[in-house]
Write a protein that binds this ligand. Structure first.
Ligand SMILES: [Fe+2]
Length: 203
Protein backbone atom coordinates (compact mmCIF):
# COMPACT_ATOMS: atom_id res chain seq x y z
CA UNK A 1 0.00 0.00 0.00
CA UNK A 2 1.21 3.47 -0.83
CA UNK A 3 1.08 5.45 2.39
CA UNK A 4 4.56 6.88 2.85
CA UNK A 5 5.02 10.32 4.32
CA UNK A 6 7.25 12.14 1.86
CA UNK A 7 8.34 15.78 1.53
CA UNK A 8 6.16 17.76 -0.89
CA UNK A 9 8.92 18.09 -3.48
CA UNK A 10 10.01 14.45 -3.36
CA UNK A 11 9.70 13.13 -6.96
CA UNK A 12 7.51 10.21 -5.84
CA UNK A 13 5.19 12.53 -3.87
CA UNK A 14 4.72 14.66 -7.00
CA UNK A 15 3.89 11.62 -9.15
CA UNK A 16 1.54 10.26 -6.49
CA UNK A 17 -0.28 13.61 -6.36
CA UNK A 18 -0.68 13.49 -10.17
CA UNK A 19 -2.11 9.96 -9.86
CA UNK A 20 -4.65 11.14 -7.29
CA UNK A 21 -5.66 14.09 -9.50
CA UNK A 22 -6.39 11.96 -12.56
CA UNK A 23 -8.16 9.27 -10.53
CA UNK A 24 -10.44 11.97 -9.07
CA UNK A 25 -11.18 13.18 -12.62
CA UNK A 26 -12.02 9.60 -13.68
CA UNK A 27 -14.44 9.34 -10.73
CA UNK A 28 -16.01 12.69 -11.65
CA UNK A 29 -16.46 11.51 -15.26
CA UNK A 30 -18.43 8.48 -14.09
CA UNK A 31 -20.74 10.73 -12.08
CA UNK A 32 -21.09 13.49 -14.73
CA UNK A 33 -24.66 13.88 -15.86
CA UNK A 34 -24.24 15.77 -19.11
CA UNK A 35 -22.01 15.78 -22.16
CA UNK A 36 -20.58 19.26 -21.57
CA UNK A 37 -19.29 18.21 -18.13
CA UNK A 38 -17.89 14.96 -19.53
CA UNK A 39 -16.09 16.86 -22.31
CA UNK A 40 -14.60 19.31 -19.81
CA UNK A 41 -13.29 16.40 -17.73
CA UNK A 42 -11.88 14.64 -20.81
CA UNK A 43 -9.94 17.83 -21.68
CA UNK A 44 -8.57 18.24 -18.15
CA UNK A 45 -7.61 14.57 -17.76
CA UNK A 46 -5.96 14.34 -21.19
CA UNK A 47 -3.80 17.43 -20.50
CA UNK A 48 -2.87 16.14 -17.01
CA UNK A 49 -1.99 12.70 -18.41
CA UNK A 50 0.14 14.10 -21.23
CA UNK A 51 2.17 16.26 -18.84
CA UNK A 52 2.52 13.41 -16.36
CA UNK A 53 3.66 11.00 -19.08
CA UNK A 54 6.27 13.44 -20.40
CA UNK A 55 7.86 14.04 -16.99
CA UNK A 56 7.89 10.33 -16.20
CA UNK A 57 9.38 9.37 -19.57
CA UNK A 58 11.92 12.20 -19.73
CA UNK A 59 12.95 12.45 -16.07
CA UNK A 60 11.66 9.80 -13.65
CA UNK A 61 11.92 6.59 -15.67
CA UNK A 62 15.54 7.21 -16.78
CA UNK A 63 16.52 8.04 -13.17
CA UNK A 64 15.11 4.82 -11.67
CA UNK A 65 14.79 2.39 -14.59
CA UNK A 66 18.08 0.50 -14.22
CA UNK A 67 17.36 -0.12 -10.52
CA UNK A 68 13.70 -1.07 -10.98
CA UNK A 69 14.43 -3.54 -13.79
CA UNK A 70 13.46 -3.87 -17.44
CA UNK A 71 10.35 -6.03 -16.98
CA UNK A 72 8.50 -3.45 -14.87
CA UNK A 73 9.85 -0.53 -16.92
CA UNK A 74 8.97 -2.09 -20.29
CA UNK A 75 5.42 -2.79 -19.13
CA UNK A 76 5.07 0.79 -17.94
CA UNK A 77 6.36 2.01 -21.31
CA UNK A 78 3.84 -0.15 -23.20
CA UNK A 79 1.04 1.10 -20.96
CA UNK A 80 2.04 4.66 -21.76
CA UNK A 81 1.95 3.75 -25.47
CA UNK A 82 -1.59 2.37 -25.22
CA UNK A 83 -2.73 5.45 -23.27
CA UNK A 84 -1.07 7.72 -25.83
CA UNK A 85 -2.94 6.01 -28.71
CA UNK A 86 -6.29 6.50 -26.95
CA UNK A 87 -5.36 10.09 -26.07
CA UNK A 88 -4.41 10.79 -29.71
CA UNK A 89 -7.77 9.39 -30.83
CA UNK A 90 -9.60 11.55 -28.26
CA UNK A 91 -7.58 14.56 -29.45
CA UNK A 92 -9.05 14.15 -32.94
CA UNK A 93 -12.24 15.48 -31.36
CA UNK A 94 -14.41 13.20 -33.50
CA UNK A 95 -17.42 11.69 -31.79
CA UNK A 96 -18.05 8.45 -33.62
CA UNK A 97 -20.36 7.30 -30.83
CA UNK A 98 -17.37 5.83 -28.97
CA UNK A 99 -15.98 8.94 -27.33
CA UNK A 100 -17.25 8.25 -23.81
CA UNK A 101 -16.36 4.56 -24.16
CA UNK A 102 -12.87 5.47 -25.36
CA UNK A 103 -12.30 7.71 -22.35
CA UNK A 104 -13.70 5.04 -20.00
CA UNK A 105 -11.22 2.50 -21.41
CA UNK A 106 -8.40 5.05 -21.09
CA UNK A 107 -9.41 5.58 -17.44
CA UNK A 108 -9.46 1.82 -16.77
CA UNK A 109 -6.09 1.38 -18.40
CA UNK A 110 -4.52 4.30 -16.52
CA UNK A 111 -5.99 3.10 -13.20
CA UNK A 112 -4.30 -0.27 -13.83
CA UNK A 113 -1.03 1.48 -14.73
CA UNK A 114 -1.17 3.59 -11.57
CA UNK A 115 -1.82 0.49 -9.42
CA UNK A 116 1.25 -1.20 -10.91
CA UNK A 117 3.45 1.88 -10.50
CA UNK A 118 2.37 2.34 -6.89
CA UNK A 119 2.71 -1.32 -5.92
CA UNK A 120 5.84 -2.29 -7.90
CA UNK A 121 7.80 0.53 -9.50
CA UNK A 122 7.63 3.26 -6.87
CA UNK A 123 8.44 1.07 -3.82
CA UNK A 124 11.52 -0.26 -5.67
CA UNK A 125 12.52 3.21 -6.87
CA UNK A 126 12.16 4.66 -3.37
CA UNK A 127 14.97 2.43 -2.11
CA UNK A 128 17.44 4.13 -4.46
CA UNK A 129 20.06 6.40 -2.92
CA UNK A 130 19.41 9.44 -5.10
CA UNK A 131 18.36 13.00 -4.35
CA UNK A 132 14.60 12.63 -4.86
CA UNK A 133 13.94 16.26 -3.99
CA UNK A 134 16.33 17.49 -6.69
CA UNK A 135 14.60 15.09 -9.08
CA UNK A 136 11.25 16.46 -7.93
CA UNK A 137 12.41 20.00 -8.66
CA UNK A 138 13.38 18.96 -12.20
CA UNK A 139 9.90 17.47 -12.63
CA UNK A 140 8.24 20.68 -11.40
CA UNK A 141 10.41 22.83 -13.70
CA UNK A 142 9.59 20.67 -16.72
CA UNK A 143 5.88 20.73 -15.90
CA UNK A 144 5.95 24.54 -15.80
CA UNK A 145 7.75 24.62 -19.14
CA UNK A 146 5.19 22.25 -20.73
CA UNK A 147 2.30 24.37 -19.46
CA UNK A 148 3.88 27.55 -20.81
CA UNK A 149 5.37 26.32 -24.10
CA UNK A 150 2.98 23.48 -24.96
CA UNK A 151 3.32 19.70 -24.94
CA UNK A 152 5.35 18.15 -27.78
CA UNK A 153 3.46 15.83 -30.12
CA UNK A 154 4.30 12.12 -30.14
CA UNK A 155 4.55 9.15 -32.49
CA UNK A 156 1.10 7.94 -31.47
CA UNK A 157 -0.48 11.22 -32.65
CA UNK A 158 1.31 10.81 -36.02
CA UNK A 159 0.13 7.19 -36.25
CA UNK A 160 -3.48 8.08 -35.43
CA UNK A 161 -3.45 11.05 -37.84
CA UNK A 162 -2.19 8.76 -40.62
CA UNK A 163 -4.94 6.21 -39.93
CA UNK A 164 -7.48 9.05 -40.10
CA UNK A 165 -10.13 7.18 -38.14
CA UNK A 166 -9.60 3.78 -39.79
CA UNK A 167 -9.28 1.08 -37.13
CA UNK A 168 -10.75 3.42 -34.55
CA UNK A 169 -13.87 1.26 -34.27
CA UNK A 170 -12.88 -2.36 -35.07
CA UNK A 171 -16.40 -3.80 -34.84
CA UNK A 172 -17.61 -1.32 -37.46
CA UNK A 173 -14.59 -2.11 -39.66
CA UNK A 174 -15.32 -5.85 -39.38
CA UNK A 175 -18.94 -5.26 -40.36
CA UNK A 176 -17.85 -3.46 -43.54
CA UNK A 177 -15.38 -6.27 -44.42
CA UNK A 178 -18.20 -8.74 -43.99
CA UNK A 179 -20.35 -6.92 -46.50
CA UNK A 180 -17.73 -7.64 -49.22
CA UNK A 181 -18.38 -11.37 -48.71
CA UNK A 182 -16.16 -13.97 -47.03
CA UNK A 183 -14.31 -15.05 -50.22
CA UNK A 184 -13.31 -11.55 -51.22
CA UNK A 185 -12.24 -10.68 -47.67
CA UNK A 186 -10.15 -13.87 -47.37
CA UNK A 187 -8.44 -13.13 -50.67
CA UNK A 188 -7.10 -9.88 -49.19
CA UNK A 189 -4.99 -11.75 -46.60
CA UNK A 190 -1.46 -12.20 -48.01
CA UNK A 191 -0.70 -15.89 -48.65
CA UNK A 192 2.25 -16.04 -46.20
CA UNK A 193 0.14 -14.59 -43.39
CA UNK A 194 -2.74 -16.92 -44.18
CA UNK A 195 -0.39 -19.95 -44.07
CA UNK A 196 1.00 -18.83 -40.71
CA UNK A 197 -2.51 -18.31 -39.35
CA UNK A 198 -3.66 -21.76 -40.45
CA UNK A 199 -0.53 -23.45 -39.03
CA UNK A 200 -1.15 -21.70 -35.68
CA UNK A 201 -4.77 -22.79 -35.79
CA UNK A 202 -3.77 -26.43 -36.33
CA UNK A 203 -1.62 -26.56 -33.15
FE1 LIG B 1 3.28 6.20 -15.70
Amino acid sequence: MFDWMLPEKHAIAILKKDHDTVKALFDDFEKAENKATREKIIGQAVTALKIHAVVEEEIFYPAVGAHVGSQVMNEADEEHHVARVLIAELDRGVDNGHRDAKFTVLAESVRHHIREEESEMLPKAKALAIDFEALGQRILDRKKELLEDGIPSDGEHKMVAKANGRGDTPAKAAASHKSTGPRKAAAKVPAARARKASSHASH
